[in-house]
Design a protein around this ligand. Structure first.
Ligand SMILES: C[S@@+](CC[C@H](N)C(=O)[O-])C[C@H]1O[C@@H](n2cnc3c(N)ncnc32)[C@H](O)[C@@H]1O
Length: 490
């Protein structure tokens, strides 16, 4: 059976509900919201329905159903009883009187069916399985729910407030469509959804008067590696990008979410390990081009391209590994864009250090063991002056060191020389969150040697501190449990 989805105006229309239990209550809430004039017939009344009557939302007839209650003056009748013969009688009578009818859980006794509803008023999403499986419809509703921002209704309010103004300013339909696409995926939309609708209206008006700058720049943190770890907002930005500029550690699966006509720009930079001449984890850039600039020049070229595309009115999404603002040069891109008058939207991502710790079972802070955590970069640590080694050597903190492979020997030596205990638990985590994730645990004094033996080739994070031991304690406890289980079983 095919049911055509329609949105029904019930304001002031007479509707009848037969039954007054919890099922009837769910339907009644929608009818009240739709402004219907409702009569309820039932011998027993749920207290909540009674309260609805007391607030003047409906009339109650406390009695058994009688056929004459269904008459041609009604727009809709709902049977929500668990007496099958009552529903059958309601249905027969409704057909005779040509009134729309829904008997709950009796698809064969319905001329209309209720969908599963996602409510972001004034946006309503209705999901139906054509009566085949209301449970599946509810599951689908759940899947969609998680993808729709809570503040979507406020976004509709923003659109409503500007509708006429935009229509007058942009008579061309395509131009209007382009404008709204740009607004809905701009920082103004984010502001509206967070509740600052007035501010969002001003931003959107500015965009309207600068149609040329329909262009925008979004910095998106793609997370540490596993594509499932990107945020929903980050994913939506990818979906709406005109130009997608991505780093080398980005999972190619994420690029699949982009529009078909998106312009993909690979801006993978050289990591410190490659710069040092070691056999690195390889970059898309290296594989596809031998002529790219690296380091500072490469960053300047990225900044220029971001702005160039935005000035052409494009939505440029800069997809960066981990979080854009943790050792990601996101700040430089933000400043370069601001210099040209572009407010950048920043969507955070899970940084590799936090993800590596979580996936390895290491709490970065732990009561009585580590009161603070420091994110450090090992990049060129060997040449750097004035590093606070004595600060880093304090025992009550966890160090999370990015890009540490090339300088691991120096880092280890200096931490020990500054007084960090040789026995401090430490670990290198390679390819965190990805299927080949590897962990090399060793006391600080032996970490470099253990890592050299392990032949690490992937991106890696080093964590140093007493909290690292928690992961190993947990492992041991689990192994003890397994051993006890197998002893009991044999
Ligand atoms: C230029 S930094 C970018 C960091 C990124 N912005 C973040 O927040 O995770 C690149 C370094 O991050 C670390 N890294 C990135 N992804 C990683 C992963 N999946 N596993 C381990 N380390 C990773 C490595 O130390 C790598 O050299």
């Amino acid at each position: 059976m095919f049911y055509l989805p329609l949105f029904h105006r019930l304001q002031g229309a007479q509707c009848l509900v037969v039954g007054a239990g919890q099922t009837a209550l769910r339907k009644l809430r929608w009818l009240v919201r739709a402004g219907a004039q409702i009569t309820v017939i039932a011998p027993q009344i749920d207290p909540e329905i009674q309260r609805m009557r007391d607030s003047g939302n409906l009339i109650i007839e406390r009695r058994e159903f009688y056929p004459e209650a269904v008459h041609a003056g009604l727009r809709l009748v709902i049977s929500a009883t668990n007496a099958p013969q009552v529903s059958e009688s309601v249905f027969a009578r409704a057909l005779d009187e040509r009134v729309l009818v829904n008997c709950v859980d009796r698809t064969e006794l319905c001329t209309i069916i209720f969908p599963a509803i996602i409510d972001r008023l004034p946006i309503l999403v209705a999901v139906s399985s054509m009566g085949q499986s209301p449970t599946l419809s509810r599951s689908v509703r759940g899947w969609i729910e998680t993808r729709l921002p809570q503040g979507l209704g406020r976004l509709a309010e923003l659109a409503g407030r500007l509708r006429l103004e935009v229509k007058q300013s942009l008579p061309d339909v395509d131009a209007r469509k382009g404008y709204w696409d740009a607004v809905f995926s701009s920082p103004a939309a984010t502001k509206a959804m967070r509740g600052s609708v007035d501010e969002a209206v001003s931003d959107a008006q500015r965009m309207l008067s600068q149609q040329r700058a329909g262009g925008e720049i979004v910095l998106v943190g793609a997370g540490p590696g596993d594509p499932d770890l990107i945020t929903l907002r980050g994913l939506r930005a990818i979906q709406s990008a005109d130009v997608l500029m991505y780093d080398k550690l980005i999972d190619p699966g994420l690029l699949e979410y982009a529009r078909r006509d998106v312009e993909l720009v690979d801006v993978g930079k050289q990591g410190p390990r490659e710069e040092a001449g070691a056999k690195g984890w390889g970059s898309a850039v290296q594989q596809t081009s031998g002529e790219r600039p690296s380091g500072t020049h490469m960053q300047a070229a990225i900044n220029e391209r971001l702005i160039e595309e935005a000035l052409r009115g494009k939505k440029v999404v800069r997809l960066k590994g981990g979080d854009p603002f943790i050792f990601g040069r996101g700040g430089e891109e933000l400043l370069a864009a601001a210099q040209q008058g572009f407010a950048v939207e920043i969507i955070p991502g899970i940084t590799a250090g936090m993800a590596a710790a979580s996936y390895a079972g290491i709490p970065l802070t732990h009561r009585h063991v580590s009161q603070s955590v420091r994110f450090l970069t090992g990049h060129r640590v060997a040449d750097a002056q004035n590093l606070e080694w004595s600060d880093w050597a304090r025992d009550d903190q966890t160090l999370v060191i990015y890009m540490a492979l090339v300088s691991l020997e120096t880092i280890q030596e200096r931490l020990l020389a500054a007084g960090r205990s040789a026995a401090t638990p430490a670990v290198l985590i390679e390819n965190a969150t990805l299927p080949p994730q590897r962990e090399v645990f060793a006391p600080l004094a032996g970490l470099n040697q253990a890592v050299m033996k392990a032949n690490i080739t992937g991106p890696s994070i080093i964590i140093v501190g007493q909290a690292v031991d928690i992961a190993q304690q947990a492992q041991q406890l689990l192994m003890q449990h397994d051993a006890e289980d197998s002893t009991r079983a044999s």
